[in-house]
Design a binder for this molecule. Structure first.
Ligand SMILES: [Zn+2]
Length: 124
C-alpha cells in the first residue's frame, strides 16, 4: 500500500468533525504528509547513474551507526572496480561518509544505500 493510502481513513473523519477538531486534525494530517514525503524521497529508486547529490538524498541513516552523532551530508569517493556508478565519473566510485566525531568511514551500503538495481545485501 502506498504510504499516502494510510491517511485515507483519517481524511474521511474530517467530514464529520467540528471546526476546532477539524483544524487540529488538519494540522496533524499535514505533519504526517510531510513525514511521508521524506520517507518517499528516501525510498524512491535511484536512477541508473545517480549523481553524488542523488546518493546523499538516498541515505536513510542520518546518524553515525558507531557513535550516534549526525553524519555530514558529504560523500567521499575514489575509483574502485566494485564501486557505484556516479553521473559525474566514467569509472565506478567507492562511496563513503566519514563521521566527523569518531572518524569511522561508512561505505554507502552500510548506510542502507544499495547500488542501483540491487537490494541492500549486507556485504560488498
Ligand atoms: Zn561516529
Amino acid at each position: 500500500m502506498p504510504p499516502n493510502e494510510l491517511l485515507r481513513p483519517a481524511k474521511a473523519l474530517l467530514a464529520v468533525m467540528g471546526p476546532q477538531a477539524r483544524w487540529m486534525f488538519e494540522q496533524e494530517v499535514e505533519r504526517l504528509e510531510d513525514a511521508i514525503a521524506v520517507v518517499e524521497e528516501h525510498t524512491a529508486p535511484l536512477p541508473a547513474k545517480p549523481s553524488l547529490r542523488d546518493y546523499v538524498r538516498a541515505i536513510p541513516i542520518t546518524e553515525c551507526p558507531g557513535c550516534l552523532n549526525p553524519l555530514p551530508p558529504a560523500i567521499t569517493y575514489y575509483s574502485h572496480p566494485d564501486g557505484w556508478p556516479v553521473a559525474e565519473f566514467d569509472s565506478l566510485q567507492w562511496l563513503y561518509i566519514t563521521c566527523a566525531h569518531c572518524e569511522i568511514d561508512w561505505a554507502l551500503w552500510k548506510l542502507g544505500v544499495p547500488r542501483p538495481g540491487q537490494e541492500v545485501t549486507g556485504n560488498g
